[in-house]
Ligand binder design. Sequence first.
Ligand code: 6R9
Length: 649
Amino acid sequence: MSQETLSNLLQENRRFAPPPELAASANATAETYAEAAEDRLGFWARQAERLSWSKPWGEVLDWTNPPFAKWFVGGELNVAYNCVDRHVEAGLGDRVAYHWEGEPGDTRTLTYADLQGEVNKAANALLELGVRKGDRVAIYLPMIPELPISMLACARIGATHSVVFGGFSADALRKRIDDAQAKLVITADGGYRRGKPSALKPTVDEAVAETPSIEKVLVVRRTNEPTATHERDVWWHDLVDGQSDEHEAQPHDAEHPLFILYTSGTTGNPKGILHTSGGYLTQVAYTHHAVFDLKPETDVYWCSADIGWVTGHSYIVYGPLANGATSVMYEGTPDTPHRGRWWEVIQKYKVTIFYTAPTAIRTFMKWGDDIPAGYDLSSLRLIGSVGEPINPEAYVWYRHHIGADRCPVVDTWWQTETGGIMISPLPGVTEGKPGAAMRPLPGVSVDVVDDQGQAVPNGGGGFLVVKEPWPSMLRTIWGDDERYVKTYWSRFEGMYFAGDGAKKDDDGDLWLLGRVDDVMLVSGHNISTTEVESALVSHPKVAEAAVTGATDPVTGQAIVAFVIPRGAAEGTEGEGFAKELRDHVAKALGPIAKPRQIMVVPELPKTRSGKIMRRLLKDVAENRSLGDVTTLTDGSVMDLISAKLPAAK
Ligand code: 6R9
């Protein structure tokens, strides 16, 4: 980053008011902001009362040793009890917790009473395997019910889980197991992806051959594909099914480690982000209630994320269950067996609240408007987005084609590190602006600062920071307090540095501009990848775009854009198309943002959670061999891209 602030180029004037019926009975109102502003800690203390505590807390926040926070000091609770048992005790045992849909079309319905029995059996099984409070358990499962069941079983007995995306390599799994010194891995023979069984167990075998901390491997049978068995292996159906479905949950300290989740970051070893119990559950329950306006008696909620990503932890498992929600959980990919599968799921379960990622939305734009148009999506009342900045055009497409111009869109900004949503519209209060995440939630203190850590005025751009501790904040990087302090709390005195660029518009609303590491410096101007990508996606022939800065002898860096055309679009090849796009960007943002080069590609490299890996595109643009590709969803994508391209000039 240079001394200059980030550019602030894109103009977007469309506005969408909250639907009056939603506003009239919204869970969060304008007063909520005022209430939280008046007494932030009092506000969070009231939110913590959504949970059931075995022992009341004393202080709300202990911040005497910053940046090491303790929330709800001395309080005790059991997270699994809060997510499951207390709903059963309240007479809601027959309410569906999960409508689970397997990729091949098999289904399972789990009520809260069913979930209680399953979690208790799994907890008893973990105890039989010698897992104790404080031990770490690695979970490497597909999107099947045993995944949330395993997480809750760990939470119940006080073991700390570390979920690793099914599909990460043996090496990635081994590193994570070693770092956490996990005792047990829970896995499956495989899962279904793209219409085929996809094996997991061989990867685990390869990983644990070199992880001395692992004592046992607990294996769910999902695909029935033959797998090698080892002495350390135990089948789930042999061990768990026969256990008692009773288990008495013990209370754990509010700061007891609930889970570790690894984020790769751009350099170095993955960081084990540590989340604890009371504060985490308070914030995910509250935000799920307020941002999605959840009415647990009537809503059917679906978050399409993978549980291996923090979004799945907080908004498929802990938030929705703490609130007694009915959720849909889907195992597979959006295009199996056909490209309308997700819309078919919404139609089938009459989903009312839908939460997905911009990468998925742009893929649907590429596939064409007629696909969602073939399904009845009239049950939807609210739709959300997470993971990347949502380009204004993708927002408007989502609102129109999925939300029937009726559903508010909540663009939610947060991170693995923040644990829960931090910036988002409140659907009954906020007038939506396509592309803006809008305002910090009540009780959350966020700002945009310049290089010196000074708040920028409205209309300015800079670095996104969090100014006060929040309940679901990460507590440290597992085993590395020093790296925690250095990575997040050293860039600006007394503030959490998120690593994202942002701007405040003239109304003071927030627009996220992508990771500051991705900002391009062209002829002395900082240009955000997000704004150029959004300008490209606003061209009617473009579905997706990714840009990166490549070294240039004249301008320092030059913008290189990779674009995927929309399915039905014609005339998307050759120099004519490239010129059309370059002119379009120049018109939208000014000549400085004009890409030097446009490359039409069939796919973009993405992480498992759908984020574009611009670092790899930079390698292509600068004619380098590729860096670390271990977190890439699909390794063949880079070959596809390279094969299609002339060498970058
Ligand atoms: C939840 C999650 C965190 C990074 C974050 C930012 C980007 C997430 C966003 C968004 C703009 C949004 N990000 N949501 N950017 N608008 N609504 O994604 O966690 O995987 O740790 O990623 O994702 O760059 O810093 P995680």
